[in-house]
Design a protein around this ligand. Structure first.
Ligand code: GLN
Length: 487
């Protein structure tokens, strides 16, 4: 492998500017790495070589002319395969969209192209982003680069694995209940979910629209902050997009954090926590103490309901969002239907995988007349109470910390026959989506088998600057983030 692939985006940008390597060579090096590795890893559904190399060429032209480069120009990036890139397949890892070619660019994709970021390919995911292990892809499983027998986490498993294995330097994922933070934690990299509304969802295949948010993966906090800057901003095409200026999130990374109050979420420090994860979080607490922060124990009494609330709201929203896949407008259509109704039902029966079907049925039930008040309405009310818990907590502390997941990556197949066990993997991440607050996972050590552990940090709405600052200070106090999977 070209050694430069192991560097951060910041370092790669310097190498491009100093002409140690051209952007075309760097992008080609990423493709060589993918060619050598991805058969084992399964991180990519498809590659977008032409687009990537054309973008890289434009970067080299600018360098040759001595022109200023946009942020992250020339840095190879993997796009989760539920985001549209014009002229390429967008499958959501589902049979129903197996041959769907995007007729338009997502807003985030357009922003990446405008910044001359080479998009190397479409990263594998759990079908329609439903899952925590990336075993729900209709095409192939993703393997964890730290141990190929283990899962990379989901649903953005391909995005996380590609960055951890240096097939790409950056990636985008979507996070509805933890799908960026969980795989970042399992793969030993940084993954960040912005405040709801910070990043446009236009061109992202909707799963649960009131929870979905696109965010960055990187091998350093600084790179993640820069990637968020590139993709965020108001978009009139997404009615939930916030009309706020784009911030330079990396500006505050080096700010002194002495005197900041760090809340430790009590409910996430007990039940089901593995010893190694507990030790790593204690180590994070000690680190913040050494950096001059005050540690406060915080209780979020409604957190225990978050999985229940989420699986009513997310399934209800997905049952509505996925109604559009009916064989008429896009994707797969059953070849042998006798009439229209049979065409709809057969297309959906043949096109969707088992987890997607389970969720459509659960969501349809929760929304049906007679059950709506008991389930959907009650879950909405409980969602407001979870949000209130956070509001109260953030009146006492600057950030909240917890493990990103109570355990490290598990073996492929270990939970795939038990949906409830799989749903519980998201216990620490889901509540941030319910409350719309930003959160990230940063490498915080390793378990006894050498598998990465993630520290989750949460901040109040719109306080991404503070979130990155607190994460950066922790990251720089250790060298966990510098360790790469030996693959
Ligand atoms: N694991 C959760 C689920 O299956 C979250 C998925 C996500 O964030 N996209 O719904």
């Amino acid at each position: 492998m070209n050694e430069l692939l192991k560097k951060t985006a910041t370092e790669q940008s310097k190498a491009l500017k100093n002409k140690e390597i051209s952007a075309v060579e760097l992008t080609q090096a990423a493709f060589d790495r993918i060619d050598e590795l991805d058969e084992k890893l399964g991180a990519f559904n498809s590659l977008t070589k032409e687009t990537a190399l054309n973008t890289a060429k434009k970067v080299d032209e600018k360098i040759a002319k001595g022109e200023e480069l946009p942020l992250l120009a020339g840095i190879p990036l993997a796009l989760k395969d539920n985001m549209n890139l014009i002229g390429s397949k967008t499958t959501a890892s589902s049979k129903i969209l197996e041959n769907f070619v995007s007729p338009f660019n997502a807003t985030i994709t357009q922003k990446l192209l405008d910044n001359l970021v080479p998009i190397v390919g479409k990263a594998n995911l759990d079908e329609f982003a439903m899952g925590s292990s990336n075993e729900n892809s209709a095409f192939k499983k993703v393997h964890n680069p730290w141990d190929l027998k283990k899962v990379p986490g989901g649903s953005s498993g391909g995005s996380a694995a590609s960055v951890a294995a240096c097939e790409a330097t950056l990636a985008l994922g979507s996070d509805t209940g933890g799908s960026i933070r969980l795989p970042a934690s399992f793969c030993g990299i940084v993954g960040m979910k912005p405040t709801y509304g910070r990043v446009s969802r236009y061109g992202l295949i909707a799963f649960a629209s009131s929870l979905d948010q696109i965010g960055p993966f990187a091998r350093s906090v600084e790179d993640a902050a820069n990637l968020l800057e590139v993709i965020s901003g108001h978009d009139p095409k997404d009615s939930t997009s916030l009309n706020l200026p784009v911030e330079h999130y990396a500006a505050s990374l080096k700010d002194d954090i002495k005197g900041k109050k760090v809340g430790v979420i009590k409910e996430l420090m007990s039940e089901g926590l593995s010893d190694d994860v507990a030790k790593a979080i204690q180590n994070a607490i000690d680190t913040y103490k050494k950096l001059g922060c005050e540690i406060v124990e915080i209780s979020l009494p409604k957190l225990k309901y978050s999985i229940g609330i989420y699986y009513i709201l997310a399934t209800a929203e997905c049952s509505s969002n996925l109604a559009r896949f009916d064989g008429v407008k896009y994707g797969y259509r059953t070849p042998d239907a006798k009439n229209l109704l049979e065409m709809y039902t057969k297309t959906r029966a043949e096109g969707f995988g088992p987890e997607v079907k389970r969720r459509i049925m659960l969501g349809t039930y929760a929304l049906s007349s007679g059950y709506y008040d008991a389930y959907y309405k009650k879950a909405q009310q409980m969602r407001a109470l979870v949000t209130e818990d956070f509001r109260e907590a953030f009146s006492k502390v600057d950030i909240l910390i917890s493990p990103t997941c109570p355990n490290t990556a598990f073996e492929l197949g270990a939970k795939s026959s038990d949906p409830l066990a799989m749903y519980l993997t998201d216990i620490a991440t889901i509540s941030a989506n319910l409350a719309g607050i930003p959160g990230l996972s940063v490498p915080a050590g390793f378990d006894k088998d050498g598998m990465p552990i993630g520290l989750q940090i949460l901040a109040p709405q719109l306080q991404e600057g503070k979130l990155f600052n607190m994460a950066y200070q922790f990251e720089q106090a250790h060298d966990y983030w510098k360790q790469l999977a030996n693959i």
